[in-house]
Write a protein that binds this ligand. Structure first.
Ligand code: 5GP
Ligand code: MG
Length: 181
């Protein structure tokens, strides 16, 4: 039963991941991250806007010192297909030399976005780069990128909710779902 049948949930064809499943998986991911970075100060690079809720929930479950840097990077431009080109504006006064970086994004699709950010993090001299995504699509990735933490593997379908949008909408859904055709 969908709790808000006349709200944004009514545009969904089906729910892929409900809110409790997302939360319990994120709690487990947080424990993994905390163990791997134990004793370090983390610099979190969070890719917005899709990663907003994932990052907020994950980071609050990690009891380690950290600083947070948000960035916008995307290979999508308000559509449901990757454009193949990554737009990556870099914050002006960001010093990552010798930092222990946790790179977070909502979803690994073609791999182009995270690949581009990882390249840049290496150029900037980060000491450690670990990457986490909430979702990874089962598909051929245009670019193979190293990912250390994956919340869920999903089929190659366009998803919305829990931060992820279609034309700017549906980010506020507490679950992750597939839109009606
Ligand atoms: P990639 O560069 O790996 O192709 O794409 C990564 C970015 O594309 C993600 O950070 C996300 O913003 C967007 N994206 C990829 N797949 C989906 C999807 O199924 N739904 C939504 N809403 N965004 C997606
Ligand atoms: Mg994104």
């Amino acid at each position: 039963m969908l709790p808000h049948p006349t709200g944004v949930l009514s545009d969904l064809d089906r729910v892929l991941l409900d809110a409790p499943s997302i939360q319990s998986r994120i709690a487990a991911m947080a424990r993994e991250v905390a163990a791997d970075f134990d004793g370090k100060v983390i610099t979190v690079i969070a890719i917005m806007d899709g990663g907003l809720f994932f990052v907020a929930d994950l980071l609050r479950a990690i009891d380690l010192p950290m600083r947070l840097v948000t960035m916008s990077a995307s290979s999508y431009h308000g559509t449901t297909k990757s454009s193949g080109q990554v737009h990556l504006p870099w914050p002006a006064s960001l010093d990552l030399k010798d930092q222990h970086v946790l790179l977070l994004d909502d979803i690994l699709d073609t791999g182009l976005t995270l690949g581009a950010v990882q390249d840049r993090l290496k150029q900037e001299g980060a000491a450690t780069i670990r990457t986490g995504v909430l979702l990874k699509k089962r598909r051929e990735h245009a670019r193979e990128v190293a990912v250390d933490y994956v919340g869920f593997e999903i089929e190659d379908e366009f998803v919305v909710g829990y931060g992820m949008d279609y034309q700017g909408r549906f980010r506020n859904l507490p679950c992750i779902g597939i839109l009606r055709p």
